[in-house]
Design a protein around this ligand. Structure first.
Ligand code: ZN
Length: 124
């Protein structure tokens, strides 16, 4: 049992580029909106070239493509979802982190390399 509960601090805003690679984004935020609008927690992402296999915490599998303009890519960036999958048990802190994540055209990390150091880049 994992009882590591940290006291919640106000979520820090994070910026990612709008054109961030969708696989990297999913690998980072570990959330995925299915076609029915249900937000799942991602347990594993396996990248197979231009597609990837996502395994959710509720043991569903989704094969996705690395398209920036895919439905899911848009939904993720716009944070559109109908509900959070009850079986995935996505923790609140993860949803909070997601909701404080912003996507900008000219600002933020592309998630291509060390995310932490890029996040400290000065705003222009
Ligand atoms: Zn789920």
């Amino acid at each position: 049992m994992n009882s590591k509960e940290k006291t919640s601090k106000p979520a820090k805003k994070r910026y990612y580029r709008k054109r961030v690679r969708i696989f990297n984004l999913i690998g980072k935020i570990k959330l995925w909106p299915s076609r029915t609008g249900q937000l799942h927690g991602i347990r594993n992402i396996e990248i197979l070239g231009e597609t990837a296999r996502l395994t959710t915490h509720c043991n569903e599998e989704f094969i996705i493509s690395n398209s920036l303009n895919s439905r899911a890519g848009r939904w993720l960036r716009n944070k559109w979802f109908v509900n959070v999958c009850p079986k995935c048990k996505v923790p609140d802190w993860k949803l909070e982190k997601y909701s404080s994540t912003l996507f900008k055209r000219h600002q933020g990390s592309m998630l291509t390399k060390n995310v932490e150091s890029q996040a400290n880049e000065k705003n222009k």
